[in-house]
Design a protein around this ligand. Structure first.
Ligand SMILES: CC(C)(COP(=O)(O)OP(=O)(O)OC[C@H]1O[C@@H](n2cnc3c(N)ncnc32)[C@H](O)[C@@H]1OP(=O)(O)O)[C@@H](O)C(=O)NCCC(=O)NCCS
Length: 352
């Protein structure tokens, strides 16, 4: 049996989603959809012909990998690999391709990052043998919202409303970029990319919540009505509070408001992704917001040529480990193929 690597075609999307889901299912829950992969292939910053490969074995797509760099500045090159666990032999050639491509695209001093689920020991070992070392965890948190949910308490002077479309667009984009600039290794989303990812199907403007102080945006919670095709599962893509309004309870109020609104739309679970070492205390905020019902998925990253992620998902029954370094002993490991950070863009290239 020989493995063929070739650039993906748009019509491969369903097979790529299937291969990636076989991988993520082995470690937790599937999270790709055909339309999600089509979106990825068609993204403004994507160069699928040169940056992605499918691994084909006996005519069947059994693996996929790509390199992405939304800014195209070569500062961070994200490698994402997924494969059918029945065919682990396809991983090495996929990594050979993506690492070589990442080297070509990297600026001097640029870093390569890769993610892998904690339970995918073979993939982690392979990455480590190639110079990837642990860097940090990223959490994916999900909670059941069918029970009692606290009412948000809005700080004085703040009022809330929904997104009103084009009139709000620049202000929301600005608030998103400004607040997220406080995350580690922030890379701004080019406006065209931001629009593309924000408005991808199924975009629902009713799930974009703005907190206003007079005319000014103080904070935003931008949510989606599904995750990985699961319409019972609401997703908080972006939560940001601008600096002058922080530490007054607005972040928590926005989160609680988002949960209630998502539940009002029939969602039974809500989720989000976050860097375990978020410097603005987002993890503590989420722990509060989730009321201890969270399950967390941790991602890792590492350093070699640059540094890289090794995604490490976990499920915890209580609060996640927030030191960003070591999984707590005794936690049940669940899954994760590609971490998704709390922002507009999906997939591992945006690991938190
Ligand atoms: C994370 C973020 C949304 C939090 O917003 P926020 O409005 O400051 O959140 P809150 O005020 O609800 O809680 C933050 C802290 O303020 C404290 N706080 C809340 N009300 C307070 C008050 N009246 N007085 C003093 N402190 C208060 C909270 O206890 C919490 O403390 P902690 O840091 O010890 O956990 C904001 O810092 C942000 O936009 N960060 C950058 C973007 C980001 O990382 N987003 C999350 C990515 S997934």
């Amino acid at each position: 049996m020989s493995i063929e690597l070739r650039p993906p075609k748009r019509e491969d999307a369903a097979d790529v989603a299937d291969a990636l889901n076989r991988f993520s299912r082995a470690f937790g829950m599937p999270e790709e959809t055909t339309s999600g992969i089509e979106n990825w292939f068609a993204a403004p910053s994507a160069d699928i012909e040169n940056d992605a490969r499918v691994a084909v074995l006996d005519g069947e797509i059994v693996g996929y990998a790509d390199v992405s760099d939304s800014t195209r500045e070569g500062r961070f090159l994200w490698i994402d690999t997924g494969f059918d666990p029945a065919h682990p032999d396809v991983v090495a050639p996929l990594l050979d391709f993506t690492e070589e491509r990442a080297r070509q695209l990297a600026a001097p001093g640029g870093a390569i990052r890769a993610g892998a689920p904690e339970p995918a020991a073979g993939l982690r070992k392979l990455l480590e043998s190639r110079g990837f070392a642990f860097h940090h965890f990223s959490l994916r948190m999900a909670a059941d919202v069918t029970g009692e949910l606290p009412e948000p308490v809005w700080p004085g002077g703040i009022s809330g409303r929904r997104f009103r479309g084009p009139d709000d667009e620049q202000a929301v984009y600005g608030a998103h970029q400004e607040t997220f600039a406080d995350q580690r290794d922030f890379e701004p989303d080019p406006f065209e990319d931001w629009q593309y990812w924000s408005y991808r199907d199924p975009f629902d403007p009713e799930l974009w919540f703005l907190a206003l102080d007079g005319e000014q945006i103080a904070g935003i919670a931008l949510c989606r009505s599904e995750w990985g095709g699961d319409t019972d599962f609401g997703w908080v893509s972006v939560l940001g509070v601008r600096r002058p309004w922080r530490r007054r309870g607005l972040g928590l109020a926005l989160l609680q408001h988002a949960f209630r609104e998502l539940r009002a739309r029939g969602k039974s679970r809500v989720g989000l992704g976050v860097d375990a070492e978020n410097p603005t205390g987002a993890v503590r905020l989420y722990e509060r917001g989730y009321g201890g019902r969270a399950q967390a998925h941790l991602v890792r990253q590492a350093g070699g040529l640059g540094w890289r992620d090794v995604a490490a998902p976990r499920q915890v029954s209580g609060l996640p480990d927030t030191d960003g370094r070591r999984p707590r002993p005794g936690l049940r490991v669940s899954r994760l193929r590609a971490g998704v950070r709390c922002r507009s863009r999906p997939r591992s290239a945006r690991l938190g």
